[in-house]
Design a protein around this ligand. Sequence first.
Ligand code: AMP
Ligand code: ZN
Ligand code: FE
Ligand code: FE
Length: 286
Amino acid sequence: MAIGDFHLHSTASDGVHSPAWVVERAAANGVRVLSLTDHDTTAGLPEAAAAAARLGVRLIPGVEVSTDLGPADVHLLGYGFDPAAPKLQEFFRWQQEGRRARLDKILAILREHGMPLDARRVLEIAGEATVGRPHVARALVERGYVASVQEAFDRWLGNGKPADVNREKLAPAEAIAMIHEHGGVVFIAHPIYIGTNYPEAIGQLRAWGADGIETYYKHYPPETIALHEQYSYEFGLARSGGSDYHGLGNPDDREIGDIPFPDEEVERFVAFIEERCACSAMEVRS
Ligand code: AMP
Ligand code: ZN
Ligand code: FE
Ligand code: FE
């Protein structure tokens, strides 16, 4: 088990468990420092920060932002920014509206394929969260149209599948600039999923200001980690690690903290955040 995990999702976006639950589970697994990185929202951070303070673990502000790089869907992890910045919150609201509009388009396609779903039910599953494809996947399972969340993605919702609908996003350079503007740093999430033009995309993202690369990810085998370490040296990028925990029970899911992230690399990452960021630990407001 690693002592740090910097890629975690909660019910604030498309994770299954509450922010407090995620922090409690992390602490129980021996994680000492973590970041909650919900999609396009920081709404889970206050609850996570309260749990972290109670349990004596450290929470670094985080978020995961999806961007468009040509046909590729590039995910960026922002850390250490000021979560209260109004311009940042305005951006998150805009992304959430785009997600809501996309939902109707996804449901229209699924209806055409004989799988009608009630938008209200999907939004109920999402609750307070920014609505995402995993919520639709869970609704498909619930109605018995598919057997599992994974099957929903493999057949319908995954990138390039019939019900994968694009939504308006920032270009990577814009998202990187915005996180920087608010005191944060940007790491390239699960770079292998970039697909096309990989690893050229890494060089491009570096040129646009990306600070680091997610090297110690989830199920990466040693050779994949070695490759990412190589990229980090080649492009001058810092290294992070995370489980991308959603609690969905997909085949390649990892438990929180169950990642190949050496302690000295966790410490190096935290030192990097402390040196570079405006907000390297969440404050708890009482
Ligand atoms: P969204 O933010 O709504 O575009 O959905 C992205 C989320 O869907 C990711 O964070 C994953 O949790 C999930 N996801 C995307 N592609 C797949 C896939 N092929 N298999 C399983 N889950 C996926
Ligand atoms: Zn997700
Ligand atoms: Fe992602
Ligand atoms: Fe993620």
